[in-house]
Design a protein around this ligand. Sequence first.
Ligand code: TTP
Ligand code: MN
Ligand code: MN
Ligand code: MN
Length: 411
Amino acid sequence: QTSQAEVVVFSVPSYACQRRSTLENHNAVLTDALALLAENAELSEEEGRGVAFRRAAAVLKALPRPVTSMTELRGLPCLGDHSLRVIKDILENGASSEAESTKQSERYKALKVLTGIFGVGAKTADRWIREGILGLQQLQESGQTLNRAQQAGLEHYDDLNQPVTKADADVISEIVERAVVSVLPGAQMTLIGGFRRGKLSGHDVDFLITHPEEGREVGLMPKVVSWLESQGFLLYQKTTRNSYLESKDGPGRPSSNMDRFERCFSIFKLTEKERRRTKHPETATENGLRTVSTPEPDPHSRVQISERSRCEDEELEVDQTKQAGHKLWRAVRVDLVVSPISQFAFALLGWTGSKLFERELRRWAGHERNMSLSSHALYDNKQRIYLRATSEEEIFAHLGLEFIPPSERNT
Ligand code: TTP
Ligand code: MN
Ligand code: MN
Ligand code: MN
């Protein structure tokens, strides 16, 4: 009944946290260009512009099929003039001239290379570029003072710019689990970040650690770190008491609320030996929780047999690898977070991502519900009370949102 001009082809709710965003993307050419412009804006410390491009890309990612004409975009939220220009350019000419020229620009290339160093953010990279440092060689020759993180970042540059596979994330999970069970039986560890959302690769591996008894998690991080260090798993680590307070977009929360929240940024040494050791990682339970005190069910004899054959395989493969001149380990970025059980659901929701999904959740809470959401708590500004939750589902319910599972938070 509608005339052609009135056809509304797609309908998408305006907040990303109201949408189900799987890893599937029917508009990758469009979203790649917008993501590149978003990244360039973020690297130039133009956060607002970055978010606008990210929101536009997320809307296109949510569409059930490829966009073929501008008229199909009518009525869609979050598509600003600038993003629409970029889309139009691609639909008409096959590519975005702005995205292409950005990608080729010396400044963008230098920002990418320099911020590819762990410990180097947009500010530092910008300062270096203004001093004429555009690459790693120039940086090393410049005699710039590097902090400990940046030194480690430079040392492991190639490895850390290599995507981490799901298989390697599983191996790291095993190691972290061994660490946690050794220092505190009964503690629970959950894979968070992109791998919890079902991504097959990532830039790091993220874990949330807690204990079912409130208070037992106190002092856990230094113990886990010491254990990992004593076993030779850590190439670098820095534990911070509370990163959320210092983070750019985190509004300050009462310190009483978070004084037990600890984070560890680390670089793991993942060896071939460890990769072989973890051939069949346990499958995680539904909510991703694993109790680490569970004993191994394998009978002793079976373990010994498989161990022996594995050793022989290993020696052969190690020999071949050595002859080929390959390194027998790789560096992997790992983030560890410890939360008390009372804040676990908030920490889980806050650290599962995606970053845009988190941002949109907080925006929804503030603008649509007059509530303040953080990785620690949910505060109702009108009733002036904290809303308790022991699961992510409860938090979505408090916010008046349909529950979106992790695999559909890939905005
Ligand atoms: P990342 O590890 O940076 O991102 P990711 O795991 O989604 O993607 P990648 O595969 O590239 O690793 O961050 C994980 C989540 O943690 C993300 O949703 C943002 C969130 N987070 C912080 O990074 N810092 C914080 O202080 C808080 C509270 C959350
Ligand atoms: Mn589809
Ligand atoms: Mn991650
Ligand atoms: Mn991380």
